[in-house]
Design a protein. Sequence first.
Length: 318
Amino acid sequence: MKCRACTKKAVIKLPSHNSAFCPECFDRFVLSQVGRAIDEHKMIAPDDHVLVAVSGGKDSLALWEILTRLGYKTTGFHLDLGIGDYSRESRGHVESFASRHQLPLVVESLREEVDGSVTDIARATRRPACSGCGLSKRYFFNRTALRTGASVLATGHNLDDEASRLFGNLLHWHDEYLAKNRPDLPAIEGLSKKVKPLVRLTEKEMASYAFLRKIPYVLKECPHSVDAKQLLYKKLLNEVEMASPGTKHAFLFGFLERIDRFYPDSETPDPEGAFLSPDGRCERCGEISWTPVCSFCRLKERVREELARNGEKEPRPT
Ligand code: SF4
Ligand code: ZN
C-alpha cells in the first residue's frame, strides 16, 4: 500500500477519504483538517487565547499539541473528577504533558468544590453519572475560560463524538440540543466562545495521530462509560461506516450545512431567549444563570443533602 500523496510506504488507510498515507503525509493531513475546521467555522483568530479542556485522553491532548504546533497561544485546563485510578492516571498524563511541552496548565478538583466525586453526584441526583459530570464540566470550563481571560474554549470532540451526539439527538428529536449540535458556539456576556477543532477527524485518525506523535494518554476507560448511550450510537454508526465509507462525515456535515435553515437561532446560546434570574447571574456563585440559583449550585446542594441524609460529613475516599 502506497501513500497517495508521496508514494512512500503507507501506514494508515482512510477508506472514507479513499486515501492512504505515510507518517509524514498523515501528519500534514491531520494539521490541514484542523486548519480547515478552524477556518470554515471561524473558530480561532490569530490573536485569540485558547483554553484547551484536557481530560488526559488522546483527543484532548492531541488537540492541545496540534493547536500549539499551529502557533496558537494556549492554556490547558484539567478538571479532576475524583473517579479513583482513572482520574489519578488522567491527571498524571495531563500534568506530564504540560511540563514536557512547558505549557501553562490550570487544574481544579471537583471533589474540593462539590464535597464529592462524580459517583456521589450520580447517587445524590439519581441520574446517570455522565449527566452530573457533563453539567460540572460545562460549569468549570466556562468559569475557567472567563477567569483566565481566554477568548475561546476548545474541546477535543472528534467526528465520531459529534456524529453520535447528532444521531442520539435525532432519535429523540431533542430540538433544543439539535440547535446546539454545531462545532462553534459564539460568546455572549458571561459565556465563553466554544469550539471543536477536531470535528473533521475520526476517533481512529486521532488514535493514529497520538500514536505517531508519541503522545502518552490514559488508556483506562472511565468506569461510568459502560453506561454511556453514546457508545452504542458510535458502534451503530461504525457499522454503517464499514459498509459505506464516508457516511459519518456526510451525516454530520450534511446536517451542519442545513442547521441554519432548520434552527435559525442555533447560534444563540440561550434557548429560552430570556433570563429568569434578575440580573442573569446565579445568586450564590455569581456565574451566568437563567435561574436565580444556577444548576451547578443546585447540584452541590443536593450532594450535601445526600451526604447529610446518610450521616456522612466527609465525601467517601475513592
Ligand atoms: Fe464523565 Fe461519563 Fe465521561 Fe465518565 S464517561 S468522564 S462520567 S462523561
Ligand atoms: Zn451558581
